[in-house]
Design a protein around this ligand. Structure first.
Ligand SMILES: Cc1ncc(COP(=O)(O)O)c(C=O)c1O
Length: 385
């Protein structure tokens, strides 16, 4: 479906009407196994649902079409996708460059899990291309790992420039595209080799499923991932695959609205004296703005800000909103607010990835923008009392 636009691919890729019944929506194949027509006589290759399941296939085909990759793989969570990728592409003694601002759970995977098995890593400011180049060890570095925008500080990495740095050292560039979504940013087009998603977030989009995905550019990279997906078994189940696929159909519309609403929230926060810094790649003063404007369609629904009065004020704000729900996660239709230092990024405390304690992160939903701004306003008013 590569000639079609993004929205068309989101609705049709992997989702042809059922040839038997004409059902327009892919079925949930709640089955672990498949009847064989004689030993080894598999129907369309289906043998056992860890290896492949038609609902998961539909999702994997759609993910690949959206990211313009050769293959997509769906997992039980974003971290399951990351772990499978690392075990497929690295071995003990290898080295990985990681962002010095990243999702806390990703950092924990490198620091507490993969490092024990001999995978070395260095956290680097990935907005600085020369710092990444200096950290790459030719012959040992297998992966340059990038999040852009990063979680939670919304740093921007130049995907095209870092692809060149990684490839010059025979390493692969992996881009966690969770915050931008496939709609706003297409890393494979910019030279990345693998795209990672926590489909729990914008892909699913309704906070009702946990999932992960990988999409790759080359068959040579797809092959070991396919082997490890089946050998490690952290696959997405049929119900979860179906929910993510349903989410993807409206991804484009949702991302436009998330971006609209985030712009309104940013404008409000910029006018508040209690806020010392508003962090959003759409702001011209954001250090990554020019790169973000080049590689993203719009700037997305994630906004972070710092409170001038410190951690207590940040905690007060997150505890005083009513429409913005105090919760971890992001990317759903509803607005969420959180304190990264004590919540999503608590696992990075004391590490190079520790986040400022006056930081608040919001996932701006698709509710009525005026209501979202009013909710933040009342939370700030209560702060003043
Ligand atoms: C940027 C990013 N990558 C990966 C993950 C991990 O995904 P999951 O929670 O689905 O395992 C998250 C989770 O918050 C995330 O924000």
């Amino acid at each position: 479906m590569s000639d079609f636009g993004f929205e068309t691919r989101a609705i049709h890729a992997g989702q042809e009407p059922d040839p038997r019944t004409g059902a327009v929506v892919p079925a949930i194949y709640a089955t672990s196994t498949y009847k064989q027509d004689g030993v080894g006589g598999l129907r369309e290759g289906y043998e056992y649902s860890r290896s492949a399941n038609p609902t998961r296939t539909a999702l994997e085909e759609c993910l690949a079409a959206l990211e313009k990759g050769v293959r997509g793989f769906a997992f039980a969570s974003g971290l399951a996708a990351e772990d499978t990728l690392l075990r497929a592409l690295t071995k003990p003694g290898d080295h990985v460059v990681i962002p010095n601002d990243a999702y806390g759970g990703t950092y924990r995977l490198f620091d507490k899990v993969q490092a024990r098995w001999g995978l070395a890593y260095d956290p680097v400011p990935i907005a600085d291309v020369e710092a990444v180049r200096a950290a790459v060890q030719p012959g040992t570095t297998r992966i340059v790992w990038v999040e852009t925008p990063t979680n939670p500080l919304l740093g921007i990495a130049d995907i095209a420039a870092l692809a060149e740095v990684a490839h010059a050292a025979d390493a692969l560039l992996v881009v966690d595209n969770t915050f931008a979504s496939s709609y706003l940013q297409q890393p494979l087009d910019l030279g990345a080799d693998v795209v990672v998603h926590s489909t729990t977030k914008y892909a699913g989009g309704h906070s009702d499923v946990v999932g992960g995905a990988l999409v790759v550019r080359d068959e040579a990279v797809a092959e070991p991932i396919a082997f490890h997906q089946n050998s490690m078994g952290a696959v997405a189940g049929p119900f979860d695959s179906w929910l993510v696929l349903r989410g993807l159909r409206t991804l484009a519309l949702r991302m436009e609205r998330h971006s609209d609403n985030a712009e309104r929230v940013v404008a409000f926060l910029q006018g508040r004296p209690e806020v010392s810094e508003v962090i959003y790649p759409g702001l011209v003063e954001h250090p990554g703005h020019a790169v973000a404007a080049r590689q993203m369609k719009r700037f997305g629904g994630m906004v972070s800000f710092r409170m001038a009065a410190g951690e207590r004020a940040a905690l007060d704000v997150v505890e005083h909103t009513e429409l913005f729900t105090l919760a971890e996660s992001l990317g759903g239709v509803e607005s969420l607010i959180e304190h990264p230092g004590r919540m999503t990024h608590a696992s990075a405390a004391g590490s190079p990835l520790e986040v400022p304690d006056d930081l608040v992160r919001v996932s701006v939903g698709i509710e009525t923008a005026d209501d979202l701004v009013a909710d933040l306003a009342q939370a700030f008013e209560r702060l003043a009392r």
